[in-house]
Design a protein around this ligand. Structure first.
Ligand code: COA
Length: 202
C-alpha cells in the first residue's frame, strides 16, 4: 500500500507530509499539465488493452491544445476540475457535463477522470468525483453516469464509491471494438468519505 503524500487545502484531520493539494476549476494555463496527466495515465492504464501504436502516437502538445479549448468553454455545469498544488502542478483532473446518452436515466456524466501515475490510491480520484457531484447537486442534476473500458480496473473504484453497473456498450477505438461499462449513481452521493485526508497517517 502506498504511503499517503497528499493532504487537502480544505480538508480536516491529520495533514501528512509533503504535498498540499486542492481541487479547483481549471484555468487555461493548466492545459499542458492536464495533457501530461492524461497521456501518461492512458499509456499506463491502457497498455495491453489498447494498441501500443495508438498510445505512442498520443501527443501531449495536441492534447494541451484540445484541453485549452475545453477549459475556455467550461463552466459550473460543464466543469474541468484539477487537483493542483499551490504551484499549479497538476496531479489529477476530471471533466463533466450533460450525459451524452439521453436514453439512460442519468442527466450528468463524468467524461474524464485521471490521476497521474504515482499519485493513485491517495484519495485524489475520490476528491475530484466528490467535487463534480457537489457541482451537479447544486445544478439539481438527476443522476450521474461514468463510462469505463470493461478491462479497466477503475471499475473497482466506481464500485467502492457506490456506483452500480447500469449499462454496457461497444465502442470502436483505433481499429478495435472495445466493451465499455457504465457506472451510475441515481443520487449524488458517494459511498465513501468525500476526502481521504492523510491516509496512511496515524
Ligand atoms: C481510477 C482512479 C481515478 C481512482 O482514483 P484514486 O485517487 O486512485 O482512488 P482513491 O484513492 O480515491 O480510491 C478510493 C477507493 O477506491 C477503491 N479503489 C481505487 N482504485 C482501485 C483499484 N485499482 N482496485 C480496487 N479498488 C480501488 C479503493 O476502495 C479506494 O479506497 P481505499 O484505498 O480506502 O481502499 C485512478 O486510480 C486513475 O486515474 N486510474 C488510472 C486512469 C483511469 O482508469 N481512469 C478512469 C477512466 S474511466
Amino acid at each position: 500500500m502506498l504511503t499517503s503524500r497528499v493532504s487537502f487545502f480544505e480538508g480536516c484531520g491529520p495533514v501528512n507530509d509533503s504535498v498540499r493539494i486542492g481541487i479547483r476549476m481549471a484555468r487555461p494555463a493548466d492545459a499542458p499539465g492536464i495533457a501530461r496527466v492524461y497521456v501518461d495515465s492512458w499509456r499506463e492504464t491502457y497498455a495491453g488493452i489498447l494498441p501500443d501504436a495508438g498510445l505512442l502516437r498520443m501527443s501531449k502538445v495536441e492534447h494541451a491544445t484540445g484541453w485549452t479549448r475545453m477549459i475556455k468553454a467550461s463552466n459550473l455545469r460543464n466543469p474541468v476540475l484539477v487537483a493542483s498544488d499551490e504551484n499549479a502542478n497538476i496531479y489529477a483532473f476530471a471533466s463533466a457535463g450533460a450525459s451524452r446518452d439521453r436514453s439512460l436515466p442519468f442527466e450528468g456524466e463524468v467524461y474524464t477522470l485521471y490521476v497521474a501515475p504515482g499519485w493513485t490510491g491517495q484519495g485524489l480520484g475520490t476528491a475530484l468525483l466528490s467535487a463534480v457531484f457537489r457541482l451537479f447537486s447544486k445544478a439539481n442534476c438527476q443522476g450521474v453516469i461514468i463510462w469505463a473500458l470493461g478491462d479497466n480496473p477503475s471499475r473497482f473504484f466506481y464500485e467502492a464509491l457506490g456506483g452500480r453497473l447500469v449499462a454496457e456498450r461497444e465502442h470502436a477505438m483505433w481499429g478495435r471494438t472495445m466493451r465499455e461499462i457504465g457506472y451510475g449513481w441515481t443520487t449524488l452521493e458517494l459511498a465513501a468519505p468525500k476526502q481521504r485526508v492523510g491516509r496512511g497517517a496515524a
